[in-house]
Write a protein that binds this ligand. Structure first.
Ligand SMILES: C[S@@+](CC[C@H](N)C(=O)[O-])C[C@H]1O[C@@H](n2cnc3c(N)ncnc32)[C@H](O)[C@@H]1O
Length: 389
């Protein structure tokens, strides 16, 4: 342990001691998993947005009470230290890790930044279950790979009206490239289709919704996005068997892919013999007001290292959130299924709005559109603009 905290990096308002960062470079690229305690600078955007989203949650849903936050897979403690340093209205911040080296480093970081983060050692699930009786409003699960093993404990720990923040990096599974693992881990039949990034988000929410329902709880997505190598969700958690029943009835279903014209459909297929994926979440992925509040929080925080990137991402997501419950369509998938050349996205968006529909770009794909037009109408526009009849 003598080398603990050998280098210091600045992130947000925190100075974070990290261990073995020099040794973790291979061919100019950082391999965070090689570090004795994991620290990934590629996740700064994830953590910056998280600071903004939790502030939006506190201000909107819990403005009059100190909010206790639990992050039971903390590694260096960077996330929890940042929450304690950068958020208004926070009560206790509890961080945990199963690795004693991480616990020690997180304690060093809490102390070095002068914040009162309670760092505990142990399995994340034990930490979460041991909190029974402590009012917890925010739980942040940020693991290696899949968050599935931690969902029941996290949903149990969250109090009424609280918020669950979740990262998943097992995208080969969630995007349907590993079908058996998808069925095993998320209880959904998935396969790779052009819209797989949105499928990943919907499959993860669908899984969490079913775990919540088993606990007589319901979830409601406030903010969801796909970025780089991960999916990130912010879900409001409510109690009540009736709420859980309604959620399952209304928001759990299937996504259909029509290979004939390359379109995706939610709830009902628009073609004969579609491919069916799910069950997954077929409700909204966003609360437009929450997205707006998160965006404003990022705007107000000039110190955030990923501010420009976060504003761009949230700006696109804000547009998508305003459209209600629709799945995005891929111009490339439609064009290749119809065997026509691919029109420019701008042209497709303009044509859809000229026809009286709302249509925006999507953060899921640079060649994707989200529109309230029927997917068949979007396919028709792609065909027409490509010069087809
Ligand atoms: C991806 S890292 C966490 C990164 C951190 N949240 C951040 O923002 O930098 C995952 C951490 O989870 C810890 N871990 C793995 N399995 C665990 C378990 N069952 N309970 C608690 N911690 C666990 C690992 O030791 C590792 O430090």
């Amino acid at each position: 342990m003598s080398r603990l905290g050998q280098a210091v990096v600045r992130e947000g308002r925190a100075l974070i001691h990290v261990d073995g960062i020099e040794e973790a470079y291979a061919g100019g690229r950082l391999e965070p998993a090689w570090m004795p305690v994991f620290y990934n600078p590629a996740m700064i955007l994830n953590r910056d947005v998280s600071v903004a989203a939790i502030q939006a949650y506190i201000d909107e849903y819990a403005p009059h009470r100190p909010v206790n936050i639990v992050e039971p897979l903390t590694a260096t403690g960077v996330r929890s230290v940042r929450y304690a340093l950068e958020l208004r209205g926070v009560g206790r911040v509890i961080a945990g890790d199963i690795d004693p080296r991480a616990v020690e480093l997180a304690r060093v970081n809490a102390e070095a930044n002068g914040v009162d983060v309670e760092v505990v050692g142990g399995d994340a699930r034990c930490i979460l279950y041991s909190l029974r009786g402590t009012p917890v409003l925010v739980v942040d699960i940020d693991p290696f790979g899949s968050p599935a093993p931690f969902m029941e404990a996290a949903l149990t720990a969250i109090g009424r009206g609280g918020m669950l923040a979740v990262t998943a990096t097992d995208l080969a599974v969630l995007e349907g490239s590993k079908q058996r693992a998808a069925l095993r881990r998320y209880m959904a039949r998935l396969e790779r289709i052009p819209h797989s990034k949105e499928v990943a988000v919907r499959a993860l929410i669908g899984y969490i919704a079913r775990v919540a329902a088993g606990l007589d709880k319901a979830v409601e997505p406030l903010l969801s996005y796909y970025q780089g190598h991960y999916v990130r969700l912010y879900l409001r958690v409510e109690r009540g068997a009736r709420r859980a029943d309604l959620m399952l009835e209304k928001h759990l279903g299937y996504l259909y892919y029509c290979p004939g014209d390359g379109t995706a459909w939610l709830g009902e297929p628009g073609c004969d013999s579609p491919r069916r994926l799910g069950p997954l979440w077929v409700g909204s992925l966003w609360d437009p007001r929450f997205v707006e509040l998160t965006l404003r929080e990022v705007e107000a925080r000039a110190y955030l290292q990923s501010r420009r990137e976060a504003l761009r991402l949230l700006g696109i997501v804000r547009g998508e959130a305003g459209l209600g419950v629709v799945v995005h369509q891929r111009i490339d998938s439609i064009a290749s299924s119809l065997r026509v050349s691919m029109p420019r996205r701008r042209a497709v968006l303009e044509e859809l709005s000229r026809m009286g529909y709302r249509a925006v770009e999507t953060h899921f794909s640079p060649v994707g559109v989200r529109s309230d037009a029927d997917p068949g109408v979007v396919a028709g526009v792609v065909r027409r603009l490509s010069g087809g009849s």
